[in-house]
Design a protein around this ligand. Sequence first.
Ligand code: TYM
Length: 336
Amino acid sequence: MHKKRVFSGVQPTGNLHLGNYLGAIKNFVDLQNKFECIYCIVDLHAITNKQNPKELKSNILETVASFIASGLNPEKNIIFNQASVSAHSELAWVFNCVARIGWMNRMTQFKEKAGANKENASVGLMVYPNLMAADILIYKATHVPVGEDQKQHLELTRDIAKKFNNDFKCGEYFPIVEPLIPKEISRVMSLRDGKKKMSKSEDSDQSRINLKDDKDLIDQKIKKAKTDNDSIPSEINGLKNRNEATNLISIYASINNVKIDKVLKEFGGKNFSTFKSKLSESIIEKICPIGKQIKKLMDDEKYLHKVLEKGSKKADILAKHNLKEIYDIIGLAKFS
Ligand code: TYM
């Protein structure tokens, strides 16, 4: 039996949004009181796409600031950046040799991110899920809070763990991880198109609520958010094939910690303009204090560096210990 341990990661690509918050970070905060948690700023994942070095440095700090501003306690959790703990990359290489090319070819996120010009994508982008498996398994983490878009990568992590355990006949050395995906909203969708995920890479800023957006901007984005002409249904069945309506109702449920049925009972039969003003209020109440705190923390880079330094040292001890065991299982040794 493995000790319960939570691991998750967020890319430092700047401007975290409501999707990152409701899909992942909100859950990170809830879990900190129940488990031992390790939260990583996955800077090595970010460089699978071209980054501006100056912006990357600042985005790494802003991601730490966003974690803390959202309620993560750096004294209670290990908060660190991936590049500080070299065992992630070392285990990723091992997993490059465990995972099969066919497995990589099935990854939908690679296909989406590489787009039409697959030949021109970085090799790193293709083997990205192996690094993700290494992030988790170097700590033998058992639970991974993520949004639904990461589910396939976690299935791959399970396959890698099983193949490694099997190939090297090492029992259940690596745990078979459990994804923790939020129930009320597993995928926050774009405010402009209910079929697309809310994402930083979407051109229109109107498609997302950023954690640093101010009150007026949030209000304006929600007012303009796409809906349909029908009123709000009283039962879940009435949301069928209504992607935009489902998205807004689910955001409201998640941000207020209530079930979707309860929201429908409250607003069923009403039109969207009444609902939207309540939705804006809820988002503003939750997100604006986080945005203000991010900006404040960004003025204290020294503090943010200290958090990373402390977290990285703790993570490095755990990771080095496990890497030694892993190398030994494989028949490798480190003489330096
Ligand atoms: P990233 O940086 O794209 O997103 C960070 C977290 O936010 C969630 N998320 C969403 N959830 C719901 N709706 C959305 N629209 C939405 N957009 C983003 C993501 O699911 C994620 O949980 N590969 C990962 C980072 C990673 C990782 C790991 C995660 C690297 N190593 C190990 C877990 C464990 C990624 O790119 O997430």
